[in-house]
Design a protein around this ligand. Structure first.
Ligand code: HH2
Length: 293
C-alpha cells in the first residue's frame, strides 16, 4: 500500500507522521507561534529532525469562527515556507481549500493537496485532475468553519461520513485521478460533537472498506480537552493516546503538532506490533524524482 504524491511514493506499510506547520496568527493551538516565515521554516526543519515523514503547511486557520482570508494573503504567508521546505527532502502538503492557493502551491512544487473541503470549491477538482501526480487528502466536514459547530445533526454519523467520503472519492476518480493518489480523512472535530468523534474513532476501521488509506488529525483537539479537562497546551499525552488508538483502528497517516513524542510512541507501538517490527524498517519513502510530473 502506498500514497502516490508528486515527488515521492509514500510507502504506507509503516505508519507515517505528518507534521503540522501553521503559518497563522490564529490557529487553535499554536496560532502566532510560527506566523513569521523565518520561524515557520525553522519549525519545518525541526519537525523533519524529529521524524516527520510529511510536512503539512497551512496559512489559514480552520478553527470554528476563524477569519476567511483572500487568496493573496494566504499565499503570501505560506509561499516562502513552501519554497524553503522544498529542499528538506520530505513530501510537502499544502493545507488549503482554495483553488487559487492550490494552483500556486502546485506551481511552486508541493507534493500533496490537503483539502478539508474535499475539493468541493469550484475549480478545485479540475485543478487536481489536470495535475499528473499530486497526492490528495479528502476530508469530511459540513459547512464552513464559521458554521460547522451548528451542523452536528446526524442520523448515523459513521454511515454518513463513510457515504460522503465514498462519494467524494468516486467523484475525484471519475475526473481521472488515479486511486493511488487519494487518501481519506474522517475529519475529527469538524462539524462533530465529542461523542460523535469518539463513535467515529471506535468505528473508524469500517471506513477502510472504501478502499483508501486513512489520514487522521486528533492532535490537541477539543474532544481531548473534554475527556481530560486539559487546556489546549496540555493535551500532548491525550493526543498521543488518540493517535495510537487511531492507528490501531486502521489509520496510516497521523497529522500531529508534536512530532517527536508521536514518533517515539510509534516506535514502541510498531515494536509490539509484530515479530521483528522494530528492526524491519525498510519501508522508506521512495523519491520518484518527480518523474511522473
Ligand atoms: N485539522 C485541522 C486542519 N487541517 N486537515 C486534515 N486532513 N485533517 C484534520 O483533522 C485537520 C486538517 C485543524 O488543526 P490545526 O491545523 O492545528 O488548526 P487550525 O485549523 O486552527 O490551523
Amino acid at each position: 500500500m502506498y500514497w502516490q504524491t508528486r515527488r515521492f511514493q509514500i510507502d504506507l506499510s509503516r505508519p507515517r507522521v505528518m507534521g503540522i506547520v501553521n503559518v497563522t496568527p490564529d490557529s487553535f493551538s499554536d496560532g502566532g507561534q510560527h506566523g513569521e516565515a523565518a520561524s515557520a521554516i525553522a519549525h519545518c526543519e525541526r519537525l523533519v529532525e524529529e521524524g516527520a515523514d510529511i510536512l503539512d503547511i497551512g496559512g489559514e486557520s480552520t478553527r470554528p469562527g476563524a477569519a476567511v482570508l483572500p487568496d493573496e494573503e494566504e499565499w503570501r504567508r505560506i509561499a516562502p515556507v513552501i519554497q524553503a521546505a522544498l529542499s528538506l527532502k520530505v513530501p510537502l502538503s499544502v493545507d488549503t481549500c482554495k483553488p487559487g492557493v492550490m494552483q500556486r502551491a502546485l506551481d511552486a512544487g508541493v507534493d500533496i493537496v490537503n483539502d478539508v473541503q474535499a475539493l468541493r470549491r469550484p475549480g478545485a477538482l479540475e485543478l487536481l485532475a489536470a495535475h499528473a501526480s499530486a497526492g490528495i487528502c479528502l476530508m469530511h466536514m459540513r459547512g464552513e468553519p464559521s458554521t460547522m459547530q451548528g451542523l452536528t445533526d446526524y442520523a448515523d454519523v459513521v454511515a454518513e461520513v463513510a457515504q460522503f467520503l465514498g462519494e467524494q472519492a468516486a467523484r475525484v476518480r471519475a475526473a481521472g485521478v488515479a486511486a493511488e493518489r487519494i487518501v481519506l480523512d474522517p475529519g475529527y472535530g469538524f462539524a462533530k460533537t465529542s461523542e460523535q468523534n469518539l463513535l467515529l474513532l471506535r468505528e473508524q476501521r469500517s471506513l477502510l472498506s472504501l478502499g483508501y488509506p486513512l489520514l487522521v488529525g486528533w492532535s490537541r483537539k477539543r474532544t481531548l480537552g473534554d475527556l481530560t479537562g486539559r487546556p489546549v497546551d496540555q493535551r500532548l499525552p491525550a493526543s498521543v493516546a488518540a493517535a495510537l488508538l487511531a492507528l490501531s483502528h486502521g489509520a496510516r497517516i497521523l497529522r500531529v503538532h508534536d512530532v517527536a513524542a508521536t514518533s517515539d510512541a510509534l516506535k514502541v507501538w510498531q515494536a509490539g506490533d509484530g515479530p521483528g517490527a522494530l528492526f524491519a524498517d525498510n519501508s522508506e519513502i521512495k523519491n520518484t524524482g518527480g518523474r511522473s510530473q
